[in-house]
Design a protein around this ligand. Structure first.
Ligand code: GLC
Length: 732
């Protein structure tokens, strides 16, 4: 048996043996990915049989996530695979990729909502279920997790991100990688994961998708690269480059990032795939004169696989034969791709057992996990007079709002296999779970009349508001993130009719709720929460489930404030200069004449159905000096929390750190630890949260990681602006 066919040998060894047997065309073939839409099928078959194709992306168009036109044909996947494995000279299997971003047939909340759970286990479980279902449809590789730090809610793709914080995004990205890949990536129910879009895509100027990102190296290292580093540490199999230009290059031709940082500095051994067409885009960026130039630049920079262009397939052979590209650069790309295929077990299990799909799709356990995730990620941002949870009283509720009967939007912007018709609407779920409480389910077009007609009798109006999923996702950035005036009017109308008003906001980004807020007694940010969003919502509103989320992104009070994020720099004009912040937590001189400089709802904010008192906080113990911290010492913060309400509830204390004097300017605070603690009514508990050297370190002027001694503030509280401040001096 040839060594590469021997599954007892390590992937690296098998890849080297196979590489030596390959022709130049076969090597180039592994760096090529073709889309699986109809007109490409003949080409796929031809290239697979010739052993000159590495991967097929199961997608109809470049806007895969927003364009669920392409359903998987499981038999066709086996047909193509048979050509690659049985017809070609070396039998190298194809790698099937697809955007399985937040679920497959069981759709989970969008990643932004999953981040709001502040619970990595929720993210891991969601990815695990997605892998079980998508792998049964023949998918080997997903283009997730997306770990772009997103500070601009105008950007449509904030919906796919884990929000504005590097620490939270890193934890969630790692959890997603573990969920997709599991501990044994060769198992049949796993997916190779792909951290994307490397790097800085979320900083697109103006929030306009694909736009330039002006990011200093210092901010790249201390903010944007952090979650990618965490995913690489977690063993992510692949990384996807990006469309935008930064630092004078494209993210798909930046050697300093794609090779020096990703490989040489981090020692990461996976493979890099371009984004769809981003190699060819180098021409549009004005960085390449033609396809051949684009291919040369991208491969030299560190892009191993070309997604859906002819640049690599059409030009690498000539470039290498003419001496414009070193053969070993191509071979290093091929070796990484082959290693991933060996690690995935493709050579041993190339074909799909088509009977599995019927056994695993939308299992009750999967739907339960999706419902749990929907509640865990929902954020109760307002609940005056403890209006929620509602009492179950006959004909006490009027249901209205544009999304009451909606099904598709609940699934969010990046689902290819979720089926809207299988997704209960809010009205359906309410009829199923609490029919007696309904006074009316207003026809969205006639909501006002329902309020007039039924308002007198009912006590509460529950309004399903927010934004359609089509306003979010790729190429769906918006300049105005205000809630449509008609929705505000509906709430005002209900309030002025004497009803108590609950707004359930489904969204894929922070929306401007400033005008809505005064007319609502309670506001629940549901996000686009997946297959079980409606059931989770009804159960939350009646208290059978608790909205467990905290905001992973800042909600501005006015779009003119954007970008507005909690971990901003102190600037040279901080208000208060370290004296206790003002009651509205202003930490910098108000920046506008017309609008407060503060958010409507800050990062980390979220209410429970009970109240908590944060009591004494102290630094339980700390490393005696810098060396001890660097040697693995931990600082433990203890905090007393009391549940002063009459219901059990989950507190989410957060620990933030401020480095008061450093080689570079450091944020006013950065999230470094958090926990979720369920407290019984009346319970008082001392909780402890530990932080290590990574909480005190940063990348300095020359990009080197450093931990300084000196003064820090360790803050603990239940959101970024409500913290108890504990000074901490780290001795040299
Ligand atoms: C898209 C997206 C990327 C996605 C890829 C494949 O353009 O930018 O996130 O994974 O192409 O669909």
């Amino acid at each position: 048996m040839e060594p590469y066919r021997d599954s007892t040998r390590p992937p690296a060894e098998r890849a080297c043996d196979l590489l030596e047997r390959m022709t130049l065309d076969e090597k180039i073939g592994q760096t090529v990915q073709i889309p699986s839409h109809e007109e490409k099928r003949a080409l796929i078959a031809e290239k697979a049989a010739a052993g000159q194709l590495g991967s097929v992306i199961l997608a109809g168009t470049t806007f895969a996530g927003n364009d669920p036109c392409h359903q998987i044909d499981r038999e066709a996947l086996n047909d193509f695979q048979r050509l690659a494995v049985e017809k070609s000279r070396l039998g190298i299997p194809l790698l099937y990729g697809r955007d399985v971003i937040h679920g497959h047939r069981t759709v989970f909340p969008i990643p932004l909502a999953q981040a709001a759970s502040f619970d990595p286990e929720i993210v891991r479980q969601a990815a695990r279920v997605a892998a079980i279902e998508a792998s049964a449809d023949g998918v080997h590789w997903t283009f997730a997790p997306m770990v772009d730090i997103s500070r601009d809610p105008r950007w449509g793709r904030i919906a796919e991100s884990y929000g504005e914080d590097p620490f939270l995004s890193g934890l969630m990205g790692q959890a997603a990688v573990r969920g997709f890949q599991s501990d044994n990536p060769a198992a049949v129910d796993t997916l190779l994961a792909c951290a994307k879009h490397f790097v800085g895509y979320g900083a697109a100027e103006g929030g306009r998708d694909y736009n330039t990102a002006e990011i200093t190296l210092h901010t790249l290292r201390n903010i944007y690269l952090v979650p990618f580093h965490r995913c690489c540490e977690a063993g992510v199999a692949s990384v996807m480059s990006a469309f935008h230009d930064l630092d004078g290059s494209s993210a798909s031709s930046h050697h300093g990032l794609l090779t020096k940082v990703l490989r040489e500095e981090w020692g990461w051994g996976g493979f890099v795939v371009s984004d769809w067409g981003s190699v060819w885009d180098l021409i549009a960026h004005g960085l390449a004169a033609n396809d051949a130039d684009a291919a040369r630049l991208a491969l030299l920079a560190g892009v191993d696989m070309d997604m859906c262009t002819n640049c690599y397939s059409g030009h690498l052979a000539a470039l290498i034969q003419a001496g414009h590209l070193p053969l070993e650069r191509l071979e290093s790309a091929v070796r990484r791709i082959l290693e991933a295929k060996f690690r995935k077990g493709l050579f041993e299990n190339p074909f799909l057992d088509t009977s599995r799909a019927a056994q695993v799709m939308r299992l009750p356990a999967h739907l339960e996990a999706a419902e749990k995730a929907a509640a865990a990620g929902s954020v109760l941002v307002k609940n005056d007079h403890g209006l929620l949870p509602l009492a179950r009283r006959p004909k006490s509720v009027v249901l209205a709002g544009p999304f009451g009967q909606d099904q598709r939007s609940l699934l969010g912007c990046w689902t290819l296999d979720g089926v809207a018709a299988e997704t209960p609407s809010f009205y359906e779920a309410w009829r199923e779970l609490a029919p007696e409480s309904i006074a009316s389910q207003a026809n969205p077009a006639l909501a006002d009349q329902a309020l007039i007609h039924f308002g007198a009798r009912a006590e509460t109006a529950v309004l399903f508001l927010g934004e359609d999923q089509a306003m979010t996702g790729e190429l769906n950035s918006v300049a105005d993130i205000a809630l449509p005036p008609a929705q505000v009017e509906l709430a005002r109308h209900a309030k002025q009719r004497g009803l108590r008003v609950v707004a359930v906001i489904q969204c894929g980004r922070p929306l401007i709720l400033t005008q809505l807020e005064p007319w609502c007694d309670a506001i629940l940010i549901l996000w686009h929460a997946g297959s079980r969003a409606a059931h989770a919502t009804v159960k939350m509103l009646f208290g059978d489930l608790e909205p467990g989320g905290r905001l992973p992104v800042t909600f501005p009070r006015h779009p003119g404030q954007i970008p507005l994020h909690y971990n901003h720099k102190p600037t040279g004009k901080p208000f208060g200069r370290f004296q206790p912040a003002r009651e509205d937590f202003s930490t910098v001189a108000e920046k506008y004449l017309d609008v407060s400089g503060q958010p409507l709802y800050p990062f980390g904010h979220g209410l429970a159905y009970t109240q908590f008192r944060y009591g004494s906080a102290r630094i339980q113990n700390s490393p005696e000096n810098r060396a001890a911290l660097l040697a693995g010492g931990q600082l433990v913060v203890s905090l007393e929390i009391a549940n002063t309400g009459s219901r059990a509830g989950t507190a989410v204390p957060q620990v933030y750190v401020r480095d008061c004097v450093a080689e570079v300017t450091r944020p006013v605070r950065e999230l470094k630890a958090f926990g979720k603690f369920l407290l019984a009514p009346g319970e008082v508990r001392e909780i402890r949260l530990a932080i290590g050297q990574e909480a005190f370190g940063y990348y300095g002027q020359n990009g080197q990681w450093r931990v300084d001694s000196g003064r820090f503030f360790v803050e603990v509280g239940d959101h970024a602006h409500s913290t108890i401040r504990l000074p901490f001096d780290l001795p040299a």
